[in-house]
Design a protein around this ligand. Structure first.
Ligand SMILES: [Zn+2]
Length: 320
């Protein structure tokens, strides 16, 4: 989804140089042409900045940094029985911590990887906003603002970070998820954790990851397999609302590599302390700046339907 990583200032210089050359060739003294060329330069700059977006920091400039754990993990309590987690969208360096090297570690879906899931933090917040707009209530939020180079909250602690200075950030992420799960179970008796990620395999697809139903054990016990994988499941609803989802409702196994990582394995409802947990792997189309609001609106609608159908929290929702 990244078309260019060139900083805006470099693009601006290139455009202005191009314009200067054109002016020399066309009309060294032409005032009207100068105005037109300036307008063209502004137009090109606007187009360039739109494509470059603000989703990925420049690879040539140092990342902004923080040593404040509260800044490195955004948390916010909610009043819906829903938690949105976004572990891989962060852009901050953790002060004093070197990038992870992963020496001797396996790579791949459950191993060492430092690429970020662009647009996922923003998407989690947009979904929270859309839920609030529809219901008057917000979900719980846990969002890592640390770049994955320094910390990977979706891994066991032994391989999530390499410098102990990153440990408090990891503990805040998982400690808060545990605390919110407990609070939701006490207040609502059931809840939904959506762990939001981005994948580069298919731009138009959203993959479900539950270890093929394991992390939604309680949902299946209460309402049967169809609540997990049928037309009335969360992903069944998303398909009805126009999304390309995988696996198809009623159709088998989750995609290898997207079957659900450490977060849903740790806080899913196969554990007494967990709630029904689904990892969502979004293709670039859903996360792009231009589509994000629509994605959030559709997901919020599916979450509301799921909440009303399965979380026995109808009275918690403001009637619409
Ligand atoms: Zn991810």
């Amino acid at each position: 989804m990244i078309i260019s990583n060139a900083p805006d200032s470099l693009i601006a210089k290139a455009v202005m140089a191009f314009v200067a050359d054109c002016r020399k060739v066309i009309d060294p003294a032409g005032q009207s042409k100068t105005v037109i060329l300036r307008f063209a330069a502004i137009l090109i700059l606007c187009i360039a900045s739109t494509f470059c977006g603000a989703q990925e920091p420049s690879k040539t400039q140092p990342l902004p940094e923080s040593d404040n754990v509260e800044e490195l993990v955004t948390i916010s309590s909610g009043s819906l029985p829903v938690i949105l987690s976004a572990p891989h969208g962060g852009t901050l360096k953790i002060s004093g911590v070197e990038p992870r090297e992963g020496i001797g570690m396996e790579t791949g879906p459950s191993g060492f990887f430092t690429g970020r899931d662009g647009g996922t933090s923003e998407l989690a917040i947009a979904v929270a906003d859309a839920l609030e707009k529809s219901t008057g209530k917000r979900p719980y939020l846990v969002i890592s603002n640390a770049h994955r180079k320094y910390l990977d909250p979706n891994r066991p602690s032994e391989i999530a970070y390499e410098d102990s200075d990153a440990a408090p950030v990891y503990q805040r992420y998982h400690g808060t998820l545990g605390k919110y799960c407990k609070e939701i179970l006490e207040k609502h008796h059931a809840g939904l954790l959506l762990d939001i990620h981005g994948q580069g395999t298919s731009r138009e697809t959203v993959y479900r990851g539950t270890s093929n139903g394991k992390t939604v054990t309680r949902l299946k016990e209460r309402f049967g397999e169809s609540a997990h994988s049928g037309d009335e499941s969360l992903f069944g609803t998303l398909r009805r609302l126009g999304w390309k989802v995988y696996p198809q409702p009623g159709d088998g196994k989750e995609q290898s590599g997207f079957t659900g990582g450490y977060i849903v394995q740790t806080h899913g409802s196969h554990r007494a302390t967990g709630i029904d947990a689904i990892q969502m792997e979004f293709g670039a189309e859903y996360r792009s700046k231009i589509n994000r609001e629509q994605t959030a609106k559709v997901l919020a609608q599916a979450i509301i339907e799921f909440t009303q159908e399965y979380l026995q929290a109808e009275n918690e929702l403001i009637s619409r």
